[in-house]
Design a binder for this molecule. Structure first.
Ligand code: FRU
Length: 425
């Protein structure tokens, strides 16, 4: 698709990189991309809440932060007795901490008050002794009904107090950082398909240039009458993009919208929780996406997809040809979601949440037809086992897994993989 073909005469922006239908039509399960089947953990460490999207407190350079001997994560949470499908409507960000990367403890809800009706995913930065939490304010603050408006917010002012236990304290100040401009990023009133997206902020400092970026999930406006996707309106409605804003000064609370990094017009509507892992001089861009958000005529999975470029703003090409990096087994297609990759020595580790297990239905909506007891029984609502990935240029390969909630710090050695053990025997 060329620039001309997208805008159909109206103003329009094209990301330099695109995830094309031709590339996505190559998506298929392979030995390298299918995760092993997971089982529920023997004991749920945090039984009182359901946990899904999760992110770690990180330093400006992306490494996991260790503060006073603790590693720290943030998760979207909902009461454990709530039906899983309802969790997005009440999502609250909680903080968890661990001294060993295996046993985690609940430090409670992060904010007493936050913007939006509920909070969706984000990222967290530890900078000069201060904690910043970036999140999505979902819903209009004072509306009576639940709404789906989305804004990107940064909360500053957090500190960690680890004298005699762990506490994350405010007072927090919440700053509305970004909302869609309607030109590069679709506003709610422009959306012609599924619900628009403008969410999931993720902090990234470019190690080569020192520039500071905030990535987010968005959609590219495709005006009516546009000849994008050869004018096929049904395909145009699937217009996911990876948005990005730049902080001219490096200040984590000051951002200016920039052109999208990548879009998937005609291919997929939701490029969720975009994030970048820098390794071997390359930029690996990862997103999560769903089976049901691929445009008509394409078949994908609930999966982690990835792209690689030589520069942060360079031309991204899909990993493994199609973009598929990690998916669920065919007989458990919804067992994990919302993957987050991070560098660990020679490997890349991938954390996600344990979603629906013992469930092989064709579409996620089928879950609503199960009895409430069955929906509850089949929902993991906790962190999944961490996956180990070998990344080599444009190819990736799952090489093993760690335990549920197992999050090693850089420098902590990993056990040999199964393949290594077989080779040694
Ligand atoms: C992914 C996601 C995020 C969003 C959150 C809402 O699992 O859809 O994009 O922030 O869940 O619960």
């Amino acid at each position: 698709m060329t620039e001309d073909s997208l805008d159909g005469g109206a103003p329009g922006f094209r990301a330099r990189s695109g995830w094309t239908r031709a590339q996505a039509s190559g998506i298929e399960r392979t030995d390298e991309t299918v995760a092993p089947v997971f089982y529920p953990p023997e004991n749920d460490q945090i039984p009182h809440v359901h946990i899904w999207d999760t992110w770690f407190l990180r330093e400006r350079d992306g490494t996991l932060a260790e503060v006073e001997g603790y590693r720290v994560c943030f998760s979207l949470t909902a009461p454990a007795d709530l039906l899983p499908g309802k969790r997005h409507d009440v999502a609250t960000i909680r903080c968890f901490y661990s001294a060993d990367g295996r046993n985690w403890h609940d430090a409670g809800p992060v904010f007493e008050e936050a913007l939006g009706q509920r909070q969706w995913a984000g990222s967290a930065l530890y900078d000069d002794g201060s904690v910043y939490v970036f999140y999505t304010a979902a819903g209009q603050d004072d509306a009576e009904e639940l709404t789906y408006a989305q804004r990107i917010v940064g909360a500053g002012g957090g500190t960690i107090d680890a004298d005699g236990g762990f506490a994350l304290r405010g007072p927090w100040t919440h700053h509305e950082l970004l909302s869609p401009d309607g030109e590069r990023y679709e506003r709610e009133d422009q959306s012609r398909g599924m619900i628009y997206t403008f969410r999931d902020p993720w902090f990234f400092e470019d190690p080569e240039t020192g520039e500071t970026w905030l990535l987010f999930e968005a959609n590219s406006p495709v005006p009516e009458g546009s000849d994008a996707c050869d004018g096929d309106v049904a395909q145009q409605e699937f217009n996911g993009s990876v948005g990005v804003a730049r902080s001219p000064t490096g200040d984590p609370l000051e951002w200016e919208l920039d052109d999208p990094l990548l879009d998937a017009v005609g291919t997929n509507q939701e490029l969720e929780r975009p994030h970048v892992v820098y390794r071997d001089g390359r930029y690996y861009l990862f997103v999560s996406s769903h089976l049901h958000t691929f445009a008509p005529g394409l078949e994908g999975f609930d999966a982690l997809y990835g792209f690689v470029a030589e520069d942060f703003r360079g031309e991204y090409v899909p990993l493994n040809g199609s973009g598929l990096v990690v998916t669920n087994p065919e007989n458990a297609p919804f067992q994990s979601y919302s993957w987050m990759a991070f560098a660990h020595g020679d490997e890349v580790l991938v954390q996600s949440f344990f979603n629906y297990f013992d469930f092989a239905g064709p579409v996620l909506d089928d879950i609503a037809h199960l009895s409430e007891a069955e929906q509850m029984r089949r929902f993991g609502g906790t962190l999944a086992p961490t996956l180990r990935l070998d990344v080599d240029g444009t190819r990736t390969r799952i090489i093993g897994k760690l335990g549920h909630w197992e999050i090693p710090m850089a420098g902590e050695s990993l056990p040999p993989t199964e393949a290594e053990l077989i080779r040694r025997a």
